[in-house]
Design a protein around this ligand. Sequence first.
Ligand SMILES: Cc1cc2nc3c(=O)[nH]c(=O)nc-3n(C[C@H](O)[C@H](O)[C@H](O)COP(=O)(O)OP(=O)(O)OC[C@H]3O[C@@H](n4cnc5c(N)ncnc54)[C@H](O)[C@@H]3O)c2cc1C
Length: 335
Amino acid sequence: MWLENHNLKKYNTFGFDVSARYFVEPDSVVDVKKAVAEAHRLKVPIFVLGGGSNVLFTKNIDGIVVKPAMKDLDVLKRSETQVWVTVGAGVVWDHLVEWCVANNWGGLENLSHIPGTAGAAPVQNIGAYGAEIKDVVQSVEGFYLETLESFTFSRSECAFGYRSSIFKTDLYGKVIITRVTFALSATPRIETRYGQIEEYLKNQPDRSIQSVRRAIISIRTQKLPDPEKMGNAGSFFKNPVVPESVALHIKESYPQIPLYESESGYYKLPAAFLIEKAGWKGVRRGDVGVHTDQPLVLVAFTGATGAQIVSLSQEIQESVKDQFGVWLEPEVNIL
Ligand SMILES: Cc1cc2nc3c(=O)[nH]c(=O)nc-3n(C[C@H](O)[C@H](O)[C@H](O)COP(=O)(O)OP(=O)(O)OC[C@H]3O[C@@H](n4cnc5c(N)ncnc54)[C@H](O)[C@@H]3O)c2cc1C
């Protein structure tokens, strides 16, 4: 059913009060294609929305918002060591993780509790606690918005990178992902090197993907603001990747900064560190601000607008550039 002038407040985790000229939530690929064909007939732009946890609306959407709602979850095949799981784009990401962990299929547990949908997960190659979905994606299916032609991309064709993929670069705004298939481990091994997972596991009776999931949910719940209570979209900026010379120059003045090796000759810097040292932690500007514990998270208070968040983010970018010579790129999709 097509809705007109539909309010998107509950469809974006910043909670911004914007509307879509048209809104449709099709629950089959055939219906998604019909919606896109109808948008072509009406000559209106198309915006694909998942859970709205990585978008920043700065204005009303003068077009159609298509929110794929295919919610099927299936096992495609199994071997002694692997299980192939396939999901519709509209499946809530954490429901998928919960289901896989309950069945002891390993690979997604470190990505527990990330908001959003399965269809959006490949777009920025979601990652957390030492895991990224690129490690387990088998294929991504979808179709091109312009021609309605279907595609199935293998993992390598998705061109995954740090918080990036072909869907966030060359094909940004040009496709709808309808299905994602994962190759998971039937004999899972746990990854506990990141964050405080090991600390949490010390008090647990077992070391399993189930306890890793519990650890991550517990850590994330304490660490990150709940969008239901305080509008946000998680990390607002990506961690910048800079040449070794820049990283070492910053380290001279700030010996405490952790440097993470990226591709050869490059280092990833923690954006949170740079933002905090530039004096932004906990700063409030009217109805928006920088979270008091997580400087990478920009928050929206009652009455805030997307434009206010953009303006704050630009101030932060300028000041980090002035102090460190590094430009922060937004991770969030600004519309
Ligand atoms: C509290 C919080 C914590 C977070 N923690 C993490 C984290 O640890 N790691 C991490 O990587 N991210 C994190 N995020 C960001 C976010 O959850 C992920 O990027 C998530 O994958 C976004 O999913 P979504 O369904 O909400 O996408 P949306 O925000 O709806 O869309 C994001 C982008 O994907 C596009 N898109 C959505 N669905 C489709 C589709 N079916 N086909 C084609 N394009 C599509 C949209 O057009 C948009 O450009 C966090 C966000 C919040 C609010």
